[in-house]
Write a protein that binds this ligand. Structure first.
Ligand SMILES: Cc1cc2nc3c(=O)[nH]c(=O)nc-3n(C[C@H](O)[C@H](O)[C@H](O)COP(=O)(O)O)c2cc1C
Length: 200
């Protein structure tokens, strides 16, 4: 193996909530008549069968109440082009304003749940609430993914595991800790494959 053993010093910070990259996901609650958007970076896949994701949302927030009340929501991944709109949805509350009207983002009907999806986001996941847990001040909602939408123009027919063009999706990335947005970088390798060269 060819890498050098460099002397690296570490600075410790105790318990912190630094994680990156995170999606700057837009969680939509409500229905086609009255819907809200909240920017939520604490999103992760929980299990593959059935496909389920988790979102961590402030317990007293408007979005938490809406998810508990309605039992469904959608998760929408914005592009870098709508960064300002995505940020706006994270610094304002649906208690005070209609964020679809204020941002100009477009509601589209979901196939299965009542909460709409956002047209300008290339990936949209419809979720039904499966479970809800409280950690400190935060609700952790497990949502079963019941439908997936991807912009047709961003699909790629490669026969690969992934079937979309990652660069064309241009997802907005959030760096927790530094509080900054980034865009995705270039492909560096094939997952589940590049490490095989180290196998003995
Ligand atoms: C980049 C970014 C990421 C955020 N991530 C989360 C998160 O993971 N969980 C959370 O509860 N709030 C998060 N927020 C804050 C909420 O979006 C914010 O409290 C918002 O006002 C909630 O909207 P609502 O009152 O309409 O529900 C984030 C805000 C920004 C700007």
């Amino acid at each position: 193996m060819g890498f050098k053993k460099l002397l690296i010093m570490k600075t410790t910070f105790g318990p912190q909530k630094i994680m990156f990259p995170c999606p700057a996901a837009l969680v939509v609650t409500g229905n086609m008549d009255k819907a809200n958007i909240a920017t939520i970076a604490w999103v992760s896949l929980l299990t593959s069968s059935p496909p389920t994701l988790g979102v961590s949302i402030g317990q007293k927030g408007f979005t938490s109440n809406e998810i508990k009340k309605n039992g469904h929501f959608t998760v929408n991944i914005p592009t870098v082009e709508i960064m300002k709109e995505a940020d706006f949805c994270g610094i304002t509350s649906g208690r005070d304003i209609d964020k679809f009207t204020e941002t100009g983002l477009t509601k589209m009907s979901s196939n299965i749940v009542d909460s709409p999806i956002i047209k300008e986001c290339p990936l949209n996941l419809e979720c039904t609430l499966e479970q809800s847990n409280v950690f400190g001040q935060t609700n952790h909602f497990a949502g079963r993914i019941v439908e997936t939408h991807i912009d047709t123009g961003k699909l790629k027919d490669t026969g690969d595991y992934t079937s979309f063009d990652t660069e064309a999706m241009n997802p907005l990335i959030y760096i927790g800790g530094a509080r900054e947005y980034r865009k995705i970088g270039e492909k560096t390798g094939d997952a589940y494959s590049i490490g095989k060269s180290l196998k003995k």
